[in-house]
Design a protein around this ligand. Structure first.
Ligand code: AR6
Length: 167
C-alpha cells in the first residue's frame, strides 16, 4: 500500500476506482474528472449497467484514460445512511474483489489498483474515519498480488494516509 497526492485520471495503472453515485451516469468531483478524461464512450457503457447499489462496484473499460479498467463504486452519503461505515468498507472490498477477479481472468501475476478517498468529498464522510476504514479494509484483504495506491487530492488526506500507513 502506498499513498500519493495527485489526479487519479493521470495514472497509468491497471485499474482506477471511481467514487460514483447510484446512477453511474457521471457527476462532479472525481467522477466528473474521470468521465471528462475518459470521453463519451464511458457514459455509453455506463448506461448499459443500470446503476449500482451503495457499497457495490461495477467495472468498465477506461477508453481515453491511461489505465486499463475503471471500477465504479458507490460510497455512502455520510449523513443519510444508518451504517455508513459498513457501506464504505464494502466499497473497498467489492472493488478489490472485482480487481482480483480481473487479475485472475487475465492471468496476471500482479496488478495495481488506485483508489480515491471515496465519500470524503460531496458525500461528507469525515476524512480521518474514512482513511482508517480504507487502510484497515485493504489490510484485511491483502493477498500479495494487488498493489494498492491511495490517491489523495488534498494535503489533509495525504497526511492522514501517511500516518495511518506508518502504523
Ligand atoms: N483525482 C483524485 N481525487 C480526486 C479528484 C481527482 N481528479 N477529484 C476529486 N478528488 P467526490 P464522493 C477527490 O466528491 O464524496 C460525484 O458528484 C476529492 O478531493 O468526488 O464519494 C459523484 O457523482 C475527495 O477527496 O466523491 C457522486 O454524486 C474524493 O475525491 C458524489 O460526487 C471524493 O470526493 C460522490 O461523492
Amino acid at each position: 500500500m502506498e499513498v500519493i497526492n495527485g489526479d487519479i485520471t493521470k495514472l497509468d495503472v491497471d485499474i482506477i476506482v471511481n467514487a460514483a453515485n447510484n446512477t453511474l451516469l457521471g457527476g462532479g468531483g472525481v467522477d466528473g474528472a474521470i468521465h471528462r478524461a475518459s470521453g463519451p464512450k464511458l457514459l455509453e457503457e455506463c448506461k448499459t449497467l443500470h446503476g449500482c447499489e451503495t457499497g457495490e462496484s461495477k467495472m468498465t473499460n477506461a477508453y481515453n484514460l491511461p489505465c486499463n479498467k475503471i471500477i465504479h463504486t458507490v460510497g455512502p452519503i455520510y449523513h443519510y445512511e444508518n451504517d455508513a461505515a459498513s457501506l464504505l468498507k464494502s466499497c473497498y472490498k467489492t472493488s478489490y474483489l472485482l480487481a482480483e477477479q480481473y487479475r485472475k481472468e487475465n492471468k496476471l501475476d500482479n496488478i495495481t489498483i488506485a483508489y480515491p478517498c471515496i465519500s470524503t468529498g460531496v458525500y461528507g464522510y469525515p476524512k480521518d474515519e474514512a482513511c482508517m476504514i480504507a487502510v484497515n479494509t485493504i489490510k484485511e484483504l491483502d493477498n500479495n498480488h494487488i498493489n494498492v495506491i491511495f490517491v489523495c487530492f488534498d494535503e489533509e488526506s495525504y497526511t492522514l494516509y501517511k500516518k495511518e500507513l506508518e502504523k
